[in-house]
Design a protein around this ligand. Sequence first.
Ligand code: SF4
Length: 249
Amino acid sequence: MHHEAVVGNQPGETFLLNECYASIQGESSLVGTPTVFVRLYSCNLRCAWCDSVYAVEGGDYEEVPVADVVERVRQLTAGDGRRGGISHVCWTGGEPLLQWRSVARAIEALPAHFVHSMETDGEVDLGPFDAAMASQRADGRVRYIMDIKCPGSAMVAKKAYENLRFLRPVDEVKFVLLDRADYEFARDVVRRNEIPAATILFSPVNPANRVNRGLDATELAGWILEDRLDVRLQPQIHKFLWPGQERGV
Ligand code: SF4
């Protein structure tokens, strides 16, 4: 089982790394921002529409010392002159918080002005990482984009509701929506829960994995407007910029 490899790696010493590259952030309120992505291997979930199955199962990873990943990120972020260089890092996967000790060590070792986005599936306890990153959380340099899984994912959101207490205005909550039923689920979660994150993303599913029909973004826009819902429609712009390209975007 590849999943066991995650348990087997050295917490805080190495990463199970799937890929590391510079691209344009395609999601969240940082959409459009040049960003270095660190995609870590394996996940606690198996979403029906997962668009990064290659980072979830199949064994496509290398075990890399934390210091080496820090060096790769440094090289990828380097740039010259005014407005030169990348200062945003996105930790994604798979589920990056399965390797939170290594992530925390890498963040400590990277330049202090970097902003780190943690793309988490919501079903891993945010508590330990949040405590380890207390000062970076306080000044907004480590921010969460936390999923709340809708029924169309074939997963069940549980821990995500407990994790809401760790969120701050700088954070974002994301719902990936397969259909109208998912939209109504997400709308009801937003209406019924106190969500401290300022930004709430409603993102239409693109065909991937076990799902071959996406949700029409125009239709979703209509539903949001009809309900006057204070959320952000979030199509993934990297799918427009590099259509059909799965990796490295
Ligand atoms: S949580 Fe993300 S990486 Fe994990 S299976 Fe779901 S979509 Fe894929």
